[in-house]
Design a protein around this ligand. Sequence first.
Ligand code: ANZ
Ligand code: ZN
Length: 839
Amino acid sequence: MSETPFDPSQSDGRWQRAWDEARVFEADSSSDRPKSYVLEMFPYPSGRIHIGHVRNYTMGDVLARYKAMRGHEVLHPMGWDAFGMPAENAAMEMGVHPGGWTRDNIANMKAQLKRLGFALDWSRELSTCEPEYYGHEQALFIDMYESGLVYRRQSEVNWDPVDMTVLANEQVIDGKGWRSGAEVEKRKLDQWFFKITDFAEDLLAGLGELENWPDKVKLMQENWIGKSEGLQFGFELSNGEQLEVYTTRPDTIFGASFVAVAADHPLAQATSAANPQAAEFIALCKRGGTTAAELETAEKLGFETGITARHPFTGEALPVFIANFVLMDYGTGAIMAVPGHDQRDFEFATKYSLPIPRVVAPSADDAARSFAGEAEPGDGVIVNSAFLDGMRVEDAKREVNARAEAEGWGKGQTVWRLRDWGASRQRYWGTPIPFIHCETCGVVPVPKDQLPVVLPEDVDFKTPGNPLERHPTWKHVDCPKCGAAARRETDTLDTFINSSWYFLRFASQPEDRPFDSEEVAKWLPVEQYIGGIEHAILHLLYARFWTRALARMGQLEVREPFASLFTQGMVTHETYSRREGEREIYFTPDEVTKKGENAILIADGEPVTVGRVIKMSKSKKNTVNPDTIVAQYGADAVRWFMLSDSPPERDLPWSEAGIEGCARFVQRLWRMFGHYDAAAGGNDKDLARKFHQTIAAVGEDIEALSFNKAVARLYELTSAIEKAEPSATRSEAIAGVMLLVSPMMPHLAEEAWAQAGFEGLIAEAAWPQFDEALLVEDEVTIAVQHMGKLRDTLKAPKGAAKELLEEMALASEKVQRSIDGAEVRKVIVVPDRLVNIVT
Ligand code: ANZ
Ligand code: ZN
């Protein structure tokens, strides 16, 4: 068999069919093997699998196949996050139906995934845009409503005037819609909300238990949840009213030189009713950006109300402003401003010539120090603050809180950055919200036996906005309670809801319920979840919230859905471009040839600019098409490349030379496999040691997801086998390599396994065992002396040459310190035991 090269175009498909026929990857929940749920974030069916998917899914695949070989029952499913805006945009641009567009894309992408030989349980495939999925989601949504975890309220929303939809705060980037790039406006609408804030404390505390999550992801979630501890207290106002403010720095209270409220604060509203200039100022504030980050950087603007606030300790009258940097939906929407120690307040005070007192200083001697053009938010000693003088910040915080509580004008308060999750979208291509609005009965859930509420097919996309709203008949229904004519809810659910529970549906798929909790309990939590860092906050937080919410409703046992999380790096490539007038025109790697560092456009033979190595993206055209490379090199070479060279959390630069090297290695392995000889006799102790060490190490590497290390070890073992003489050991090692590479190169491994005459599929074979005794090298401990005194001990290979021992001894730092520059006159070596240096 070694004469004919391995032919992936012929072999890959054959083994893929064999796995399908034998249903090798179908997970059996009744199996008594230990269970492993390996999950990669399911793709959005944009049209084609991209190289990032290939890398992500190859990693999960290696782990899934490895776990199965180690005797686990593995659940490794795949599906489609199929609702969302691109389908609607395609509908608007190309006049196709979002459903047709999406389903075509799914068919294409499924074929691409199959072509890569992933060990997926396709019997559990799901697509979130099908009623069989979203109908159950509707049922869960109603359950959550009935449990008080979903509610409706009017709220100001971020309105994207181009996409004609409400955006979550996190979808507003620099005041613009994340997809359309349009300036976001503010509007008031009736919206559906999830009470995620009920779980803020628990979601935060739960992060502490997620030992196998990257720290950076946990930190991002922690910041997003944003727990803040401080003091809420009331100012008495000159108009006789009370104004509640929230501060995290009660220690700086003597440094307050003014008070500020948000433009939406009732006090601001009242002022504007009586004062047209105030009304004008408020309108101006509303035009600006809305995110905290923008308010941070925007110019600080204010309007003086004429009202004053009485300082609780000094009795001083502080002016009250309406200010653009105070947010209505954080704390109380009003602040005591301490310009010396808060940068926003500093900028404001500077602009409006307000006092900037110092109340925190490096030491008590610095009480009169002036500010160097900015606030000093840090720690220090309290100064100019009556009874607080000389205290550290933390002690002063405690002191002010205690006095406020004792005197009854304030209270220690915890405030969260996390907001309830707005679930409504004014879009067509999403899960219809299963509620009906009745004049008499109010909001009524659609009775569960009438679920799913199915999206109408006949919709028009010629005008922007929500096609469900415009549909002539769909929204007109009878009230399920009183039978009167009523109106269907025409909002659909945020697509993040689709991905908040799909991992449960993968684990269990009854027809009549979203999932069976006993079945789910067999698989969850997901043992290893793999995906992109871009989902570090929202998707993961929402999935954690849904899992907790379902647990609270008694539908689930687990509270954390993903025991281990891994975020993989990106696949990168340099760019090729030319400047044409104002525009940079990009070319694909296929369109250029490289001569050393330079690149030439094939079409005209003229040079193009070689740009930085960056994430592959359509807009920069620095992509490779998985189909093309799989067709050219075969699935195994592509998979091997995805795992080689770079640690999986780092970026992986795509290179032609790299993939070609992988394809050559496939053939090299194939030739080596051809030397398998069941009849060969004799032992090869060195090779046996190398082989067993590699088995142990590759297993550990895969469990740690250090695929690049596993790859490197397999290269080494292959070289060792190639150099070895025929022996029983060598044959054993060759068969062993078939098994060890099979999670990475499953097609080649199957082909070799069959040709070597082994029974069954290698995908169902057991991972090789290693012999502990062979893991340790034969090593001895050498005592190193200087003038007969022990100075160091060294580990050296058994039987090492005298020269080597001498060299190692002299290289020892401890020995050198002892010699201290003296001339070495003689070195006595007792092999395997001792080195004595004489000076
Ligand atoms: C006085 C003070 C002095 C403050 C100082 C900070 C530093 P975090 O840590 O994010 O919770 N603040 C309170 N409510 C606000 C709102 N609705 N809009 C804008 N700013 C608001 O931030 C809490 C701090 O942000 C609070 O503590 C308050 O300013 C401000 F040296 O009070 B601080
Ligand atoms: Zn009714």
